[in-house]
Design a protein around this ligand. Structure first.
Ligand code: FAD
Ligand code: PYC
Length: 413
């Protein structure tokens, strides 16, 4: 990395190579076509090439790389989930994240800073204790902590919460981290492209063809491609892609909004979440306060932002941190998130041979980017669901084998 930067700085003729190869035209056929160049689709392309020698891959993106939820999330990474299958899965992702900057040769600003889920009621304390015990049992560093611990980590936090919902304790998860979301997409995209994967932006999939019950091709706004293997990694657009094959899932789409303030002097070096107050807050490396709340209340296929969201979020944030009252909100945005009834993803094989699904990432999928890419690549290469994702298969909704991750998905939904 440093050598590349030095060359760029000192050699006049040295041109920084383009980030991705973008061939002018689409090929006639590929071994694997991935729909969606978010972090998940690009990570899968990278691991298909790295781990399985499958290089004849096209990633098709209707917009631009990372322009979906990957570039819109608030970058919280943690593995303090509630179910054993969730904890193992997300913890494997954290392990990959730790070495990812070096592996992808891009600084992801991966910053482990601890994650507090505040409890304002006995019921929340009980769930926190439950999560802590499951986590510890599986070797994940989480513990229930009290007032003094929270005050040491974040003296600015008003624990009486303005008299509204005083804090009784918190689930503390030391490995909780944040990272630069767009760099995750660029890093995977660049490495996949160097391995021969083609990334086609502004290329929308409008149909999927089958023959004899298995995938035979993909129809795009730029022509038709032959392939026997398709992965859909389109998050908030999943219902539309499933419809192309006559498949359905219980996914519902909701807007999830977030905002950042103007940059201020660094003061918060941990991540604070309150399910009861429906808020979370951290400070970015640029000094902005990154804040969000729960989903919008109604299903809606839209990325519009609302004043109602910022005003109610700010009300709640000021209960905890009244001194932020003079700080200005700089920017707000939304993503369309693909929510499942059990707050767990939908991954792996489907009833259509050759069609694989990576969806149901709702409000929690950024942290899963590396492990979802790796396990989906293994599933596609072998035709068998990777053992880390078997519980997440679409079939669980027919078999009534739901995963039950609601208590740990993120803020209260
Ligand atoms: P995306 O990044 O959405 O990529 C899908 C891509 O598919 C898009 O680029 C889209 O344009 C493309 N596409 C769709 N349809 C087609 C088509 N027909 N043809 C071609 N391309 C198509 N998760 C966390 O773990 N931690 C957090 O702190 C967190 N905070 C969040 C905050 C907000 C405000 C939001 C909106 C989400 C948050 N999430 C968080 C969730 C996380 O962002 C997502 O789960 C994750 O980014 C999903 O990644 P993806 O690659 O599957 O999808
Ligand atoms: O998954 O931790 C999370 C999260 C926080 C905010 C949105 N998602």
């Amino acid at each position: 990395m440093s050598l590349r930067l030095l060359k760029y700085a000192f050699i006049e003729d040295y041109a920084e190579p383009r980030y991705f190869n973008t061939p002018d035209s689409l090929g006639d056929s590929y071994d694997v076509v991935i729909i969606g160049a978010g972090g998940h689709g690009l990570a899968c392309a990278y691991y298909l090439a790295r781990d399985h020698g499958i290089h004849n891959v096209a990633v098709l993106e209707k917009g631009y790389i990372g322009g979906g939820n990957t570039g819109r999330n608030t970058t919280i990474i943690r593995s303090n989930y509630l179910t054993p299958e969730g904890v193992r899965f997300y913890d494997a992702s954290l392990s990959l994240f730790r070495d990812l900057s070096a592996e992808l040769e891009i600084n992801l600003f991966y910053s482990e800073r601890g994650h507090y889920t505040l409890a304002h009621s006995d019921a929340t304390l009980r769930t926190a204790r439950w999560r802590a015990e499951v986590n510890k049992h599986l070797g994940v560093d989480s513990e229930l902590v009290g007032e003094e611990h929270i005050a040491r980590a974040c003296p600015e936090l008003r624990q009486d919460c303005g008299g509204n919902h005083p804090i009784l304790g918190a689930l503390y998860h030391a490995p909780g981290a944040v990272a630069r979301h767009d760099a995750v997409a660029w890093g995977y995209g660049r490495k996949a492209s160097q391995a021969g994967v083609e990334i086609h932006q502004k290329t929308e999939v409008v149909g999927i063809e089958t023959q004899g019950g298995r995938v035979s091709g993909v129809v795009t706004n730029r022509g038709t491609i032959h392939t026997s293997t398709v992965l859909s990694a389109v998050a908030g657009h999943t219902p539309g892609v499933l419809k192309m094959l006559g498949l359905s899932s219980p996914i519902e789409i909701y807007p999830l909004q977030a905002c950042v303030t103007e940059p201020i002097k660094p003061w918060l070096d941990t991540i604070i979440v309150s399910g009861s107050l429906h808020l979370y807050i951290s400070q970015s490396s640029r000094g902005e306060m990154v804040m969000g709340a729960s989903l919008d209340p109604m299903e809606l296929h839209s990325r519009r932002s609302t004043f109602e969201f910022v005003s109610s979020l700010c009300d709640q944030v000021l209960d905890l941190f009244p001194f932020l009252s003079e700080v200005k909100i700089n920017r707000q945005w939304a993503g369309m998130v693909d929510m499942t009834p059990d707050f767990a993803p939908i991954m792996g094989t489907t009833p259509v041979a050759g069609f694989f699904l990576d969806a149901g990432w709702g409000t929690w999928g950024f942290k899963a980017t590396p492990i979802s890419g790796k396990t989906m690549a293994n599933t596609i290469a072998t035709g068998q669901n990777d053992e880390l994702i078997t519980s997440f298969n679409l079939s669980r909704f027919e078999d009534f084998q739901l995963v039950g991750e609601k208590g740990a998905a993120a803020v209260g939904h």
